[in-house]
Ligand binder design. Structure first.
Ligand SMILES: [Zn+2]
Ligand SMILES: [Zn+2]
Length: 121
């Protein structure tokens, strides 16, 4: 697959350099010294603790989405199914609307996950 989306952004901490120079006088900052497990206060050109020295990082929201979206989808589907069962047992007058509504959502969620991830992308 060549159309890989570039979701990476330049690391805000090292400005894409890969080494931290956000401390005083261009030295590495205290948190990066800590992350590199070094003792002392003056280091220069340490690996950036935010991106691990790559200079590029995935947006946090992107990472959150990747983890949260499947969770939310599962929660959504389960709660909708529970709602359908509840409506069926309670003999709700809105059962048919609820069923149509829920199956549309479940269908699109399932379609999204099974068609999008089924072919190795
Ligand atoms: Zn960085
Ligand atoms: Zn730093």
């Amino acid at each position: 697959m060549l159309d890989v989306k570039v979701n990476l952004y330049e690391c805000f901490h090292c400005k894409g350099e890969g080494t931290c120079s956000s401390g005083e006088n261009g030295n590495s900052c205290a948190s990066c010294i800590k992350r590199n497990e070094l003792k002392g206060s003056t280091f220069y050109g340490l690996l950036c603790g935010s991106c691990g020295g790559i200079g590029k990082a995935e947006p946090l929201t992107e990472r959150m989405n990747k983890r949260l979206a499947p969770m939310l989808a599962i929660i959504l589907v389960v709660s909708l199914l529970a709602l359908i069962f509840w409506a069926a047992f309670a003999n709700s007058t809105h059962f048919s609307e609820l069923l149509a509504f829920s199956s549309a959502i479940i269908g699109s969620v399932a379609g999204f996950y099974f068609s999008g991830k089924g072919n190795g992308t």
